[in-house]
Ligand binder design. Structure first.
Ligand code: ADP
Length: 247
């Protein structure tokens, strides 16, 4: 039986007086992936930051594992990595929430850093400086840093942006393995084909939750055409997945 691991209850937020996230309730269960979709400006990134604890909801609440800094990892959309560090040093930064004031590396820290690099297949770059790496390789490094934190929930903001098809597939493979080990993932994605791989999808529109449910329930043509304001087509893949593409 899976259980709810992170939940938003009627969460609202505004940067100024107007709300950009309004009364949103959603949850993700252990070992599941929730995709967050919706047009630009719908409030996806803002909602993810609220779930991560980086922004505080004006109304409503987030029920997350405690302490959130250790147990929930957040990977933002575009992050400037410190170029002078090696790959291993950057991955080790994922351990910071677990370390005391002295910041000493424990055996557990070294083990988690090693495992994270292995799972994202970057061990061979361990001693390279980050500025020598390609975009896809850097993406794997930031994912490794998040995994090194050994979180229960991973919040990802468009992790497949800037990745070619092979690297997208690789990333999804790494995530699928972690999910099978019990990790929960909430992922903001633009690509509705990627979204269809999630266990459930939440569709945001103008700050409000339009619908949440299985891919089949959310990937509905009339609903999506209205929200995205474009003509779409729904297809079924050979393995029975529902996908939506632009017409
Ligand atoms: P999405 O991720 O779905 O594109 P965002 O959460 O980034 O949406 O943005 C939702 C709304 O909040 C948009 O209207 C955006 O302009 C506004 N917004 C986002 N970040 C800020 C900010 N730091 N200050 C003020 N307004 C912001």
């Amino acid at each position: 039986m899976s259980h709810v691991i992170l939940e938003a209850r009627e969460v609202s937020f505004g940067y100024s007086s107007s709300l950009v996230v309004q009364d949103v309730s959603l949850q993700v269960q252990a070992g599941q992936m929730l995709a967050l979709i919706g047009p630009n400006g719908a409030g996806k990134t803002t909602l993810l930051k609220i779930l991560a604890g980086l922004l505080k909801a004006k109304h409503g609440e987030v029920i997350a594992p405690i302490p959130r800094a250790k147990r929930v990892a957040y990977l933002s959309q575009s992050e400037a990595l410190p170029l002078e560090f090696t790959v291993q040093e950057i991955v080790a930064m994922g351990r910071l929430p677990h370390q005391g004031l002295l910041g000493a590396n424990s055996l557990e820290d070294s083990k988690q850093v090693f495992l994270a690099m292995q799972r994202t297949d970057i061990t061979q770059f361990a001693n390279r400086r980050i500025h020598n790496l390609s975009g896809g390789e850097k993406q794997r490094v930031t994912l490794a840093r998040a995994l090194a934190q050994n979180p229960e929930v991973l919040l990802l903001d468009e992790p497949t942006n800037h990745l070619d098809l092979a690297h997208q597939a690789e990333l999804l493979e790494v995530l699928a393995l972690e999910i099978s080990r019990g990790l929960s993932v909430i992922m903001v994605v633009h690509d509705l084909i990627l979204a269809s791989r999630a266990n459930s999808i939440a569709l945001l529109h103008q700050g409000k939750l339009e619908r949440i449910g299985t891919p089949n329930q959310v990937l509905e043509i009339e609903l999506l055409e209205r929200v995205y304001q474009t003509k779409l087509e729904r297809l079924t893949t050979a393995d029975g997945r529902t996908i939506v593409i632009t017409r």
